[in-house]
Design a protein around this ligand. Structure first.
Ligand code: IPE
Ligand code: IPE
Ligand code: MG
Length: 244
């Protein structure tokens, strides 16, 4: 590693590190296209970057890292691309599960797994189960996830409980969060590859998140890029509507 990047990584130690980081891992297809490769090659390299960034987030003591891996809108893609994306969790976990265990990383997921092939569901549930006692970083994979769907499901669940008289008809913002796949507030949201939109990710949880849009494609987003984002976050003045 170059001296500059070593210094950058070391300097993050004294920083105000966000507790919850969410990343829209975008640009796999364009990265591959620029290299004359099929889109799937971008997804493959992208999956390796999940390992890199999870290890770095764990090292920096981020509590929860939420990665957008497949949106409810991604079903619109060609069948062969979807079928490759369904195989990726299997490839990823067979390569990295031991390392995730060694580093004490806990895997969770957000979204509706049921629409995926049985085998895909099985490998994801197995990784969740295998790592459930780990106490380091929570690595949450958002898969078949859509924020609007998440909110609608939360409202339905709440309404059912009220109708069944399991709870009172009153609801605070904090209580509502507990009806979602992801109850935490996001501190930092990063989107790679130049697009500056949210694409139906974590609409409720990013109410006061710091946003960083970088032009770097996800397959090129490494520890150094991540450290730069943490540094940028550290320099932001978060006022939450108040004064300082
Ligand atoms: C992100 O990369 C991965 C998924 C959405 C599954 P893309 O596949 O969206 O790559 P681009 O945006 O077409 O370059
Ligand atoms: C968002 O990226 C979804 C994921 C990264 C999984 P997309 O590439 O699907 O989003 P759009 O189409 O550019 O909004
Ligand atoms: Mg994209």
């Amino acid at each position: 590693m170059e001296r500059k990047s070593i210094l950058l990584r070391i300097s993050t130690i004294a920083m105000n590190v966000p507790e919850t980081v969410a990343i829209i891992m975008d640009g796999n297809g364009r990265w591959a296209k620029a290299k004359g490769l099929p889109r799937t090659a971008g997804h493959k390299k992208g999956a390796d970057q999940i390992r890199t960034i999870a290890l770095e987030a764990n090292r920096l003591h981020v509590k929860k890292l939420i990665l957008y891996a497949f949106s409810t809108e991604n079903w619109k893609r060609p069948e062969d691309e979807i079928s490759y994306l369904c195989k990726l969790p299997g490839i990823f976990f067979s390569k990295f599960i031991n390392e995730l265990m060694e580093k004490n990383i806990r895997v969770t997921f957000a979204g509706e797994l049921e629409r995926f092939p049985k085998e895909t569901q099985k490998v994801i549930r197995k990784a969740v189960d295998q790592t459930k006692k780990n106490t380091g970083l929570e690595l949450c994979i958002a898969i078949n996830y859509g924020a609007r769907r998440e909110i609608v499901l939360g409202i339905k669940k709440y309404a059912c409980e009220v109708l069944n008289k399991e709870r009172e008809n009153d609801l605070s913002e904090e209580e509502f969060s507990s009806y979602l796949f992801i109850p935490e507030n996001v501190d930092l949201l990063i989107r790679t590859s130049g697009e500056e939109r949210i694409s139906n990710f974590l609409l409720w949880q990013i109410a006061y998140a710091e946003l960083i849009f970088t032009s770097v494609a996800w397959p090129d987003f490494d520890e150094e890029q991540f450290a730069l984002c943490i540094k940028e976050y550290d320099q932001r003045d978060r006022r939450f509507g108040g004064l300082k």
